[in-house]
Write a protein that binds this ligand. Sequence first.
Ligand SMILES: Nc1ncnc2c1ncn2[C@@H]1O[C@H](COP(=O)(O)OP(=O)(O)OP(=O)(O)O)[C@@H](O)[C@H]1O
Ligand SMILES: [Mg+2]
Length: 119
Amino acid sequence: MRKITKIDIVTRPNKLDELKEAMNGIGVQGMTVSQVYGCGLQKGHTEVYRGQEYHINLVPKIKVEIVVCEVPTERVIETAQRVLRTGQVGDGKIFVYNVENAVRIRTGVEGDAAIMDEK
Ligand SMILES: Nc1ncnc2c1ncn2[C@@H]1O[C@H](COP(=O)(O)OP(=O)(O)OP(=O)(O)O)[C@@H](O)[C@H]1O
Ligand SMILES: [Mg+2]
C-alpha cells in the first residue's frame, strides 16, 4: 500500500480560489475547507483583515485539508507556498501528518485505493 499523507494548510481566506485552482492543476483529488479563526507568532495583533486591524488575537483564516497518496507531498507543499507567500506576517502554516488508513464508504475500499480514481 502506498503511503497516505494529510496536509493541512491554514492561510488567508482571500487565497482560497487561487489555492483551489493550483491544487486542481497538480491532480489533487479532494479537499476539505473550513472557515476557522487562528493566530500564530504575532498572536493576531499585527495582522490586518479587510482593512481593519484586529486587536483581539484571533484572525479569520481558512483551513484546507488535503489527503494524498499519488500526488507527491512535496509537490503540494511547494505549490501551496508558491500561491500563498506574500512575505507578510500571517501567510499561514502547513502541517503534514501520516495517515493510517482511509475508507471509501460507498464501496468499502480501504487504504490508498480509497483516495485514488476508480479503475
Ligand atoms: N502553532 C500553531 N498551532 C496551530 N495552529 C497554528 C499554529 N501556528 C499558526 N497556526 C495557524 O496558522 C494560522 C496562520 O499562522 P501565521 O501565518 O500567523 O503563523 P506565524 O507563525 O505567526 O507566521 P508569520 O510570522 O508568517 O505570521 C494561524 O492563524 C493559526 O490558525
Ligand atoms: Mg503570524
